[in-house]
Design a protein around this ligand. Structure first.
Ligand code: GUN
Length: 301
């Protein structure tokens, strides 16, 4: 049996369309245009591509993007001063600081300086704490998108499903596990020190791979019929003599897994497009909250 391929690109396009409609209605009714400050420090090429894609998506959904490109030599004090100004600016409803930051800047200090209600990424410790205590407010974009894709396959009720999250990052693994726990799944967290990872995988009805190791999860690790969400984005170097830029692969060996799983996200075209679509959701939700209006249902896990 071949798995159902979960089309994240199509789902994200629909979601961006719904955000655009709701943002237009908000602007009609209140004059508010949801705005996101996007801050990039340094010139990491991958980060520059992500940031450009975020800005394009914001503009095409009718949201404002306030772009801040800072030199690699920017001091922490200068970055904190910019964030402080964004915190005070009523046209800025959300703030995103692209990670990773240069080594001379302390990331936790920077994230803590963002006003929690303007934290579009949901990385502020207050928002992480809200999620961890079962009262989510702003939810990180990638796990929120993964949950939407899971529900598109399994329905809204995930009660009692056995979920395995591989990877314990604060951007994906940890908040993903919290979301699944809040959805009444039985959650196991695995990471680089987990023993017998293949055995853990075979128990899982829901498998979320977010480790950053190309094709680590093999087909025979997967429980037949399981739903597999592959968050990995790994660039494989081109073959010797080839002129291409190399292949993009996930953390799951797709060719093997597709024969065993019930449903699986491809790479690219699975989770990736959902992250940006959920950033639009979080920006719209921030604008609604700051105006004292109800948040769109898409932002509520
Ligand atoms: N770097 C990698 N993923 C992300 C993300 O979701 N948000 C931010 N701000 N930086 C990232």
């Amino acid at each position: 049996m071949n798995a159902r391929i979960i089309d994240g690109k199509a789902y994200a396009a629909g979601l961006r369309g719904r955000v655009a409609e709701k943002a237009a209605a908000l602007t009609r009714q209140t004059g508010i245009i949801p705005g996101l400050a996007v801050i990039l420090v340094g010139d990491d090429p991958a980060s520059a591509v992500y940031v450009r894609n975020k800005e394009k998506a914001l503009e095409s959904a009718g949201l404002h993007s306030f772009d801040h490109r800072l030199a690699h030599t920017t001091t922490q004090a200068e970055l904190l001063a910019l964030i402080h100004a964004c915190n005070l600016d009523p046209k800025v409803h959300g703030i995103l600081v692209q990670l990773p930051l240069p080594k001379h800047i302390d990331t936790p200090t920077v994230l803590a300086s963002i006003a929690p209600e303007k934290d579009a990424d949901g990385f502020h410790i207050t928002n992480a704490g809200q999620l961890a205590t079962g009262r989510p407010s702003v939810v990180p974009c990638t796990p929120l998108g993964c949950l939407m894709l899971l529900r598109s396959v399994l329905g809204n009720d995930l009660t009692g499903k056995k979920a395995l999250v591989i990877g314990r990052s604060t951007i994906v693994g940890r908040p993903m596990a919290q979301l699944l726990l809040n959805a009444d799944c039985t959650v196991t967290m695995a990471h680089s020190r987990t023993r017998n990872l293949d055995v853990e995988c075979r128990h899982a009805d829901i498998l979320i791979a977010a480790v950053g190791r190309p094709e680590m999860v093999r087909g025979d690790w997967i429980r037949p019929g399981a739903t597999v969400i592959d968050v990995g984005m790994n660039r494989i170097p081109p073959d010797c003599g080839s002129t291409g830029g190399g292949r993009l692969v996930g953390d799951v060996h797709f060719g093997e897994a597709v024969q065993i799983a019930g449903a699986i996200t491809p790479v690219p075209g699975g989770v990736g497009p959902m992250t940006i679509a959920c950033l639009l959701v979080n920006t719209l939700a921030a604008a609604c909250r700051q105006a004292g209006l109800p948040v769109p249902e898409e932002a509520l896990p």
